[in-house]
Design a protein around this ligand. Structure first.
Ligand SMILES: [Zn+2]
Ligand SMILES: [Zn+2]
Length: 371
């Protein structure tokens, strides 16, 4: 019987899915593949809520494949491994970030830059190589090829560490590849949200001098005292902006709203770089004059290695492991608000308004349970 056979090769999982552009999530049952020879099955305990999740479930990028099960900041425990898996065993603490498959044979894959593979399969809302649509971490379990699984060191919490799998690697990679991970370098961080606060923590761990440029004066006290920011500038105050003109080697721009680049580019030192990490829905405003004067270089995320690629998102799995190990060593974690599965819709509304300090993480293990 064909149906019995296909049931044998699949297992049921519980998930929170969005069904249309309202973005509202509700519990559903989904199928996960059985553990293949190279697979690791993971009981999901936590999953961060990334701004990309919100954009995707609301179909802001016009690419949603409903039902969408979002989530690419996944942490949990290994429950089962395939026969070729030697790096992981049952009970290991692990994480899965933004990708779950690639061709595994092209030059990028062979060189350990699988995030540049043209056949990359994202953790959710993407077609896997077998044609199935991928479902992310708003779910009680997932099966992932071992190559895309990251080990969590003992000291790294699974809740506060989860957001590092997207937010962390997204800020770590450009710091590493643009040579910014050196004491004394000066970095500006635009936007103090999920990405921005992690950028501040990594920059401080590297010994950099950090200026936060924010539209929210009320974030100043916490930024200076809790995050150790050296200078806080309110972007709508021309005098404050003037006081930091030409002082930054690099600006990490995490703003997810469209904005004029002109005033910000003036903050860079000559040969400075602005790295765009936020993904606003509307086009950015950039005047050619802003780029010509003083020669700042506008870079997309992690673009240094492959300027011709349109897919330089996130970071490789190797870099993600390195980032997690570095974070564990330096005590870098995200500041999170833990929410239950029943509160995800409410959390999404607050995220849309920028009301989270600084990342929501879903307590999947304790709250996503069958009714
Ligand atoms: Zn993300
Ligand atoms: Zn490849």
């Amino acid at each position: 019987m064909a149906s019995a056979e296909s049931e044998l090769q699949q297992r049921k999982a519980l998930a929170l899915a969005a069904h249309d552009a309202s973005g509202r999530v509700t519990p559903i049952h989904i199928s996960r593949r059985d553990t293949g020879d190279n697979d690791v099955a993971i009981k999901i305990l936590y999953c961060g809520i990334c701004h990309s999740d919100l954009h995707t479930i609301k179909n802001d990028w016009r690419n949603a494949i409903y039902p969408v099960v979002a989530g690419h900041e996944i942490t949990g425990l290994v429950t089962d491994v395939g026969k070729n898996v030697s790096r992981f065993k049952v009970g290991d603490r692990v994480g899965v970030g933004c990708m779950v498959n690639t061709c595994q044979s092209c030059e990028s894959c062979k060189d350990g830059f699988e995030n540049y593979c043209s056949k990359i399969v994202y953790t959710y809302n993407s077609r896997d190589r077998d044609g199935t649509v991928t479902y992310g971490g708003y779910s009680d379990m997932v099966v992932v090829n071992q190559r895309f699984v990251v080990r969590f060191p003992d000291g790294m919490p699974l809740d506060g560490g989860a957001p590092l799998l997207c937010a962390g690697i997204t800020v770590y990679t450009p710091m590493k590849y643009h040579g910014l991970n050196e004491p004394g370098k000066s970095v500006g961080v635009i936007g103090l949200g999920g990405l921005g606060h992690v950028a501040v923590k990594f920059a401080k761990a590297f010994g950099m001098r950090v200026t936060v440029i924010s539209t929210s004066p009320e974030k100043e006290e916490e930024a200076m005292e809790k995050l150790g920011v050296d200078t806080f500038v309110v972007s709508t105050d021309p005098n404050q902006m003037k006081s930091v003109m030409g002082t930054m080697h690099v600006i990490i721009n995490t703003a997810s709203a469209s904005m004029s680049m002109y005033p910000y580019l003036g903050l860079l030192k000559p040969q400075g770089k602005m790295i765009l990490l936020g993904l606003p829905v509307k086009p950015l405003e950039i005047s050619a004059f802003a780029l010509v004067g003083g020669k700042p270089v506008l870079k997309k995320k992690g673009v240094l290695l492959r300027q011709d690629s349109g897919r330089e998102l996130y970071g490789s799995v190797g870099d993600t492991q390195e980032m997690i190990d570095f974070a564990a060593e330096h005590g870098v974690t995200a500041d999170i608000e833990l929410v239950g599965a029943e509160d995800v819709n409410w959390a999404m509304e607050r995220l849309a308004k920028g009301e989270v300090r600084y990342r929501f993480v879903i307590d999947v293990g304790n709250t996503l349970v069958a009714a």
